[in-house]
Design a protein around this ligand. Structure first.
Ligand SMILES: Cc1ncc(COP(=O)(O)O)c(C=O)c1O
Length: 413
């Protein structure tokens, strides 16, 4: 253990790390160094056990059951909704729809909002969006003739706020922006973006997939209409997540998918839908996974403390300093206050080759377009390497990262 991990006040990274069984494995005979948490975080023992506990001890289908197991499963399942509401600062758990993640949450909103849109109506996105906050809106462009307008990104990787202000018109019907870029790490000013949208009378959706991992979210303080999160980045199971929808939005939006669980009555010629949020939760959900997401949120409450978040940022800064000391490295995204990830391009080497060579040294980093084609185009690149940090990473991981990168470059150049 190097000095950095030891000296950060009040944060014992080893105690956190010990809770993640996967981190003690080896890759190609080297200790695994996992720097791909922005793609998906590893899972602590508590979450792994929660899944097993449900399946071993209290599994049954949720809602409508009259037996003990069904009641226990329903109670634990609904408890996650309450934990999500508290995690996001929502006023009521009825404002939380359980989804398969951010992607489903955004599709739900886009398809509902889209029903009322007409040809020539406008939607504002930014150049730094993940494809899951682009493609659902492209559906509306293709199917309804809606126009997508793009908030530009500056050379440093910030949203161009003046550019944002300037693209509203009387035909703007929706804004959908990321709270934190999954490539640049840029943390956008959610409250300011929301205030501007609301001044024009336009609802705003924020993609919180990355931001919610690295700091408290308070949707009430932000004031946004919709906020989407995904469970697997929050140390929880895959295909879980949530949509927060303010006030009566869930009353106003039409049902998304049809099936069991989302109705109160079905006849041969009519459907009466269940009250929201259940109206949006068709079919048997991922029961154990949703319950384990609740465990992940509890775990974050105990371990993703301000000290842990400061630790992640310190690691990112050390990695950034190391990259800046190397020749021929271009870092994408240098806005102060960014999240704990660093994306970069290596001169004369393809990102895929770098990542594959680093894997030989046990390093898990991501390389590619990061599901952000418009952003890649904005920066004139086709791919970058991304190292992202979580509460379980150490200063030794940063050393190993810089060392493996040096070796990969020596091999390639
Ligand atoms: C900013 C951002 N938005 C959306 C997503 C999509 O999340 P999911 O695939 O879990 O729905 C991701 C995942 O990489 C992301 O980083």
């Amino acid at each position: 253990m190097t000095a950095l991990a030891r000296t950060l006040s009040g944060f014992d990274v080893n105690a956190v790390r010990a809770q993640f069984p996967i981190l003690s494995r080896q890759v190609h005979g080297k200790p695994l160094v996992y720097l791909d948490s922005a793609a998906s975080a590893q899972k602590p023992e508590a979450v792994i056990n929660a899944l097993g506990d449900v399946w071993r001890g209290s599994y049954a289908n949720v809602h409508r059951g009259l037996h003990t197991l069904a009641n226990e499963a329903t109670e634990a399942f609904e408890a996650t909704r309450g934990k999500l509401a508290a995690f996001l600062g929502a006023a009521r758990s009825e404002e939380i729809v359980l989804t398969r993640g951010t992607t489903e949450a955004i599709n739900l909103v886009a398809s509902g909002i889209g029903l009322d849109l007409k040809e020539g109506d406008e939607i504002i996105l930014s150049q730094m969006e993940h494809h899951s906050n682009i493609v659902p809106w492209h559906f509306l462009r293709e199917r309804k003739g809606v126009v997508i307008k793009w908030v530009p990104v500056t050379d440093e990787g910030a949203l161009d706020i003046e550019g944002y202000r300037a693209i509203f018109t009387p035909r703007t019907k929706m804004v959908a922006l990321t709270h934190m870029s999954n490539v640049l790490g840029t943390l956008n000013d959610a409250r300011a973006l929301t205030e501007i949208a609301h001044r024009h009378g336009v609802p705003i959706l924020l993609d919180g997939s990355q931001a919610a991992v690295h700091g408290p979210v308070d949707v009430a303080a932000i004031g946004c209409d919709f906020y989407a999160i995904t469970g697997h980045k929050l140390y929880g199971p895959n295909a879980t997540g949530a949509l927060y929808a303010k006030g009566d939005w869930l009353e106003r939006l039409p049902a998304f998918m049809g099936g069991g669980e989302m109705i109160s009555e079905v006849s041969e010629d009519a459907v009466v839908y269940a009250a929201p949020p259940h109206k949006f939760e068709a079919g048997t959900p991922a029961i154990a996974d949703v319950i384990a997401l609740g465990t992940a949120l509890d775990w974050m409450g105990a371990h993703a403390t301000p000290e842990a978040i400061a630790h992640e940022h310190a690691l990112m800064q050390t990695a950034t300093d190391g990259l800046q000391a190397m020749d021929g490295i271009r870092i994408l995204g240098t806005v102060p206050g960014k999240g704990p990830m660093v994306s970069f391009v290596v001169e004369n080497a393809h990102a895929h080759d770098i990542a594959q060579l680093m894997d030989r040294y046990g390093l898990a980093v991501r390389a590619g377009h990061h599901c952000a084609h418009p952003l890649m185009k904005r920066f004139g690149v086709t791919a970058s390497v991304r190292a992202s940090f979580a509460v379980y990473n150490t200063a030794d991981d940063v050393d190993a990262f810089l060392d493996a990168l040096r070796r990969a470059r020596e091999f390639l150049i």
